[in-house]
Design a protein around this ligand. Structure first.
Ligand code: IPM
Ligand code: MG
Length: 357
């Protein structure tokens, strides 16, 4: 059966990098028996410009009907002064909630060719390969009540960190399953010394853990985990944590690799339908210049092949092609060393396509 993909280029460098991902899709279809068709939709500032909303109903409908969604990035300075409900970020949060994408997998993998890009000593990060499993549809990002109210003559802003047992259970399972396929070590990160929501988080993760006796479970408080990530990151295999803590820790983990332009992510729902996006943002400062690194987008496509389209064989092909172009010395500006020659976005995409053949 033909698999269907919805492509959401979004804003900034989005259209440039999705164009390269499409070259890869076309090559897979032509040369490697990949039976898929794809269409495009609007999200973020691009959607706001066209329809007045950051997530038009048509986009969410198409996303729910697709086997997988490939998203580049949203946002830009032009939209920063819009009222909150119309901002591009709201489109991203709404598609996560609308598709029920509660499990966000953010791998941080250090490519040996790019080891010098890390701000940590090479021996601390050599062969780094960690996976952050971030809860994505709950916690303080979505908790009620929230708002800004008047109180005793001044404004008070408030949000609610809230997790139900079932929400914790399902993300814990995603993390244990992921750990099973990797180094079989899971570290759950919380703030159980202060927060009741974290107390329940820890209790629930321990209870679910009884079903995964082959996975070694540990716990860290989030402040310590942040420190451990920059002190000795290789102690981690898989980390599972809440929406807000995962947002912060995944940026730290990305910086450990020194090349945020290389990191993909997957967000999955109960049907294992997924949305795949690079970790980096829309990079408005370099948008339209043809210099953005398309590799995180292309690696997101590889994750899509593996997790939603059951084509691990093709995922591996794409990942191997990316390693080839790095080994051949191709570098976009973000991953080049001072004085190293750089290539633009289309040349990098073409090189990956050539390496696939
Ligand atoms: C991320 C981003 C988003 C988040 C923003 C853009 C809403 O930082 O995907 O990590 O906070 O989840
Ligand atoms: Mg973030």
């Amino acid at each position: 059966m033909t698999q269907t993909i919805l492509i959401l280029p979004g804003d900034g460098i989005g259209p440039e990098i999705t164009a390269e991902a499409e070259k890869v899709l076309t090559a897979l279809r032509r040369q490697h028996g990949f039976d898929a068709s794809w269409s495009h939709g609007l999200i973020g500032g691009a959607a706001f410009d066209a329809t007045g909303e950051p997530l038009p109903a048509a986009t969410l409908t198409a996303a729910k009907a697709a086997d997988a969604v490939l998203l580049a990035a949203v946002g830009g300075p032009k939209y920063d002064t819009l009222p909150r409900p119309q901002r591009p970020e709201r489109g991203l949060l709404a598609i996560r909630a609308g598709m029920g994408l509660y499990a966000n997998l953010r791998p941080a993998l250090l490519y040996p060719e790019l080891a010098q890009a890390s701000s940590l000593k090479p021996e601390l990060v050599a062969d780094l390969d960690i996976l952050i499993v971030r809860e994505l549809t709950g916690g303080i990002y979505f908790g009620q009540p929230r708002g800004i109210r008047e109180e005793h003559g001044q404004r008070v802003g408030y949000n609610t960190e809230v997790y139900s047992e079932s929400e914790i259970e399902r993300i814990a399972r995603s993390a244990f399953e992921a750990a099973r396929l990797r180094g079989k070590r899971l570290c759950s990160v919380d703030k159980a010394n202060v927060l009741e929501s974290s107390e329940l988080w820890r209790e629930t993760v321990i209870r679910v853990g009884a079903e995964y006796s082959d996975v070694a479970l540990t716990h860290q408080y989030v402040d310590n985990a942040a420190m451990q990530l920059v002190r000795a990151p290789k102690q981690f295999d898989v980390i599972v944590t809440s929406n807000l803590f995962g947002d912060i820790l995944s940026d730290i983990a990305a910086q450990l690799t020194g090349s945020i332009g290389m990191l993909p992510s997957a967000s999955l729902n109960e049907r294992r339908q997924g949305l795949y996006e690079p970790i980096h943002g829309s990079a408005p400062d370099i948008a339209g210049k043809g210099v953005a690194n398309p590799l995180a987008m292309i690696l997101s496509l590889a994750m899509m092949l593996r997790y939603s389209l059951q084509r691990a064989d093709l995922a591996l092909k794409v990942e191997t092609a990316v390693r080839h172009v790095l080994a051949d010395g191709l570098r976009t500006g973000d991953i080049a060393r001072a004085g190293e020659a750089t290539v633009g976005t289309p040349a990098m995409g073409d090189a990956v396509v050539a390496a696939l053949a």
